[in-house]
Design a protein around this ligand. Structure first.
Ligand code: EPZ
Length: 443
């Protein structure tokens, strides 16, 4: 069984380059269908979710070439409008193909999407938005068929600023005649990145980053070349890892403004943190302290995806922190595993109360979902003794180089599986050593 072994208690030191954003690259890959030409996407991290998107594109008839961190999609050869159940179940983002296929072909046949089990994850807002654009939706026998000879521009008001529903509405609106305005749109940076890709293809889209997005429909679009933004949740995970294990790291290639709340939180917890351009420096030389209540919210609020790794870091140290998870019903499954390490966490409904402990001890644990898995890694890095983490399929969906990056930062970590990674704790080789953080004078 794939297993991650971590011998905790060693500070992390060095520089880490943050990967491209999973939650940007997946909708952008779906959007490549709209162009009917070739799209070149750079900074695509090698994740299993990216592989799943590529499998869908190939099934639809697109020609896809994936070399290093660049994916090239030629969608001129698209000749299908259905996605089989097995491919749909691979991830939640498979549902974003719905709007894109509908816009391109006038018909889409899919199944309910998979993804992390975080509680109910309906797609009613996606379907409502497509319905407003003129799609007829048939949901009989577990399959979802959408048809529309002509999508028409319209006004869409989302009752929740859903990331996925905003993306689906944007993509379908590109294929509609006339202007579509999406109100109460999600404001996440990944939505902005999708807009930038679409504009690169010649689409007329504006407003992303605010809660009103406007699209003037017109497809097919043009060739495009696009570099995906950095993964703010991956960045938050590395900051949490250093805060928990101690040490001093520099993140490179990040948009630090997207991580302001995370930086503020770790500052309040006793770390020294500074953001500058595309870098964030974090120094954790003393113990951590509990912080004021953390309430997850849509962007620019505290990201629900960062809650598990941040919660894990705050299991170590002094004082109490209260977490309120407002986005998903079941996003504390990692806490039961953290308790096995000696963490003091009480969960009641949407609230988790974490009483920091000076010491955590290594334990065998299973990743319950993607970010929950990252939380176990964070805690294990700060714990005494060895932890064994299984359920790595979840972690592989979102973290491309976790073992390599942490090894380069000085962690004692290795993975036992058939991916050809080290089968023992290795010392950092020169190639792996993560450089020295260029510490700002006033850190
Ligand atoms: C995206 O999921 C992200 N996934 C999630 O990241 C992230 O946690 C989430 O946004 C919130 O930020 C991707 O981008 C691939 P939503 P999504 O629609 O689009 C409710 C990770 O770990 N809702 O904004 O599925 C829903 O139940 C993943 O990388 C409806 O009620 O999230 C939830 O409570 C996990 N009806 C809330 O809205 C709908 O039709 C926000 O969900 C759609 C959503």
């Amino acid at each position: 069984m794939n297993t991650l072994y971590i011998s905790g208690g060693r500070p992390l030191e060095g520089v880490v380059h943050v990967q491209g954003a999973k939650n940007s690259v997946l909708p952008i890959l779906a959007a490549t269908i709209l162009s009917g030409r070739t799209s070149v996407i750079h900074n695509c991290p090698p994740l299993t979710d990216v592989a799943a998107s590529i499998a869908i594109l190939r099934h639809l008839g697109c020609r896809v070439c994936w070399e290093g961190e660049t994916v090239t999609v030629d969608s001129s050869t698209l000749d299908r409008c259905d996605i089989p159940e097995t491919l749909m179940r691979e991830m939640r983002s498979s549902v974003i193909f719905l709007g894109a296929i509908l816009a391109r072909t006038g018909e889409a046949r899919i199944y309910p999407p998979g993804g992390c089990e975080l509680g109910p994850r309906p797609i009613d807002l996606h379907l409502e938005a497509l319905g407003r654009l003129g799609a007829e939706i048939d949901q009989r026998s577990g399959r979802l068929c959408c048809r529309s000879k002509k999508l028409r521009g319209c006004q869409i008001s989302l009752t929740i600023p859903s990331v996925g529903a905003t993306e689906n509405a944007m993509l379908a609106a590109c294929g509609a005649r006339g202007r579509t305005t999406i109100y109460n749109a999600a404001r996440e940076p990944e939505i902005w990145d999708l807009q930038q890709f679409l504009r690169g293809c010649g689409a007329r889209v504006w407003g992303a980053g605010s809660s009103v997005i406007t699209v003037e429909g017109a497809i097919p679009l043009d060739h495009a070349e696009h570099k995906v933004i950095s993964d703010r949740i991956c960045g938050a995970t590395y900051l949490a890892a250093c805060a928990c294990a101690g040490g001093e790291i520099e993140l490179r290639g990040v948009e630090w403004e997207q991580l302001l709340l995370i930086c503020d939180l770790f500052r309040q917890a006793g770390c020294r943190v500074r953001g500058e351009g595309d870098r964030i420096f974090l120094s954790a030389r003393g113990g951590l302290k509990g912080v004021s209540p953390v309430r997850t919210a849509p962007y620019p609020g505290f990201p629900t995806d960062a809650q598990p790794p941040v919660l894990a870091a705050l299991c170590r140290g002094e004082g109490t922190t209260v977490f309120v998870e407002t986005m998903f019903e079941n996003r504390y499954r990692h806490t039961a595993e953290l308790v096995r390490m000696g963490a003091d966490i009480r969960v009641e409904g949407r609230v988790a109360v974490v009483c920091g402990r000076e010491r955590l001890r290594g334990a065998p644990m299973t990743a319950p979902d993607l970010r929950g898995g990252a939380a176990l890694v964070v805690a294990a890095l700060g714990a005494e003794g060895e932890s064994r983490i299984t359920g790595l399929d979840h972690i592989d969906r979102g973290y491309a180089r976790l073992t390599q990056d942490l090894t380069a930062l000085g962690a004692q970590i290795y993975r036992e599986d058939d991916r050809g990674e080290a089968k023992h704790y290795g010392n950092r080789t020169q190639a792996q050593t993560a450089g020295r953080p260029a510490r700002p004078e006033n850190l």
